[in-house]
Design a protein around this ligand. Structure first.
Ligand code: FEO
Length: 166
């Protein structure tokens, strides 16, 4: 396997993880809709759209750099959650895992002196800081709210894009 092959394979694998995250957040959004929590459901639907955009960034980068495209099989997302807190904790764990994977990709690109891929990945390094912070804050709010989930709905509504207070 040539060095470029190693980077290509890792980029394809990670593209699949971003699309798997898209599906996972959609599954969370559906569960929250069913629970009658439309603001939280909307939040996770927007997160799902972001993950789709992340996957497409990898897709575009693979095309633009002339690499072979291998779309990996995706595992079905988790769909049964014990509580809103466990759902948000799972989302935070997912973001922390993605952060680790992005870091490993950066190290792989460095190892292969692939400067373009390293530069491409920098956007994701920055993005992951925001995504982990957002999910961590949401988890804290959910824990503070306890059974008062309408307080969480209000918190999410006030931070929705387009809301004056956001
Ligand atoms: Fe694309 Fe939230 O990781």
């Amino acid at each position: 396997m040539t060095p470029d092959d190693a980077v290509q394979g890792a980029l394809c694998t990670h593209m699949g993880r971003e699309f798997a995250a898209h599906f996972q957040y959609l599954a969370m959004s559906a569960w929250l809709e069913d629970e009658g929590l439309p603001e939280l459901a909307g939040f996770f639907a927007r997160q799902a759209a972001e993950e789709h955009m992340h996957g497409m960034k990898f897709f575009r980068y693979l095309v633009d750099t002339g690499r072979a495209m291998h779309l990996p099989a995706l595992d079905a997302p988790a769909s049964g959650f014990a509580s809103v807190e466990s759902l948000v904790a799972a989302a935070l764990a997912q973001e922390q895992q993605v952060t680790q994977w992005i870091g490993e990709l950066v190290h792989l690109a460095r190892e292969h002196r692939d400067l373009a891929t390293e530069a491409f990945l920098q956007w994701f390094v920055t993005e992951q800081v925001e995504e982990v912070a957002t999910m961590h804050e949401l988890l804290q709010v959910v824990r503070h709210a306890g059974p008062s989930l309408l307080l969480v709905e209000d918190y999410v509504a006030r931070r929705r894009p387009g809301t004056p207070a956001a």
